[in-house]
Design a protein around this ligand. Structure first.
Ligand SMILES: [Zn+2]
Length: 137
């Protein structure tokens, strides 16, 4: 339980990676790292896809990532209609992972440039829900 608080539309209440929401409540956007091979996962996974070990540890995303690509959403899917327009982005972090998420709505659209530095932070949503977003680093 607890994971139902994640996101505008919650698709699951149960996950082995539910600690993600506990870290997010503390303001930390977290990934998992395999203790055996070092591979980092976001969304967090509790089992490494490479060596199948469940020996993973939680880690924060690095403080700065690079915007790889983005798109503005003007017609949102079910549950997101009232949030439009918003910008979806893919950010590459130093850990070598690419993270998909929303861009801070306060960033003017003309300021959004591929290659800009961003970091992930907690985003408070309606009804006590939480998520993460990318803000300028
Ligand atoms: Zn591994």
């Amino acid at each position: 339980m607890g994971f139902e608080r994640f996101g505008t539309v919650s698709f699951t209440t149960e996950t082995k990676a539910a600690d993600f929401i506990n870290y997010l409540e503390k303001g930390q956007v977290s990934a998992t790292r395999c203790k055996k091979c070092g591979r980092v996962y976001f969304p967090p996974r509790v089992q490494c896809a490479d060596d199948l070990t469940t020996e993973v540890e939680w880690t924060s995303l690095s403080e700065s990532g690079t915007l790889l690509t983005f798109t503005q959403v003007n017609y949102g899917p079910s549950g997101f209609e009232n949030d439009t327009p918003y910008t979806l982005a893919v950010v590459e972090f130093d850990e070598g992972i690419r993270v998909f998420g929303r861009l801070d709505k306060t960033i003017p659209s003309g300021d959004i440039k591929v290659g800009m530095k961003l970091r992930a932070e907690r985003l408070n949503l309606a009804e006590g829900k939480i998520s993460y977003q990318f803000v300028k680093a």
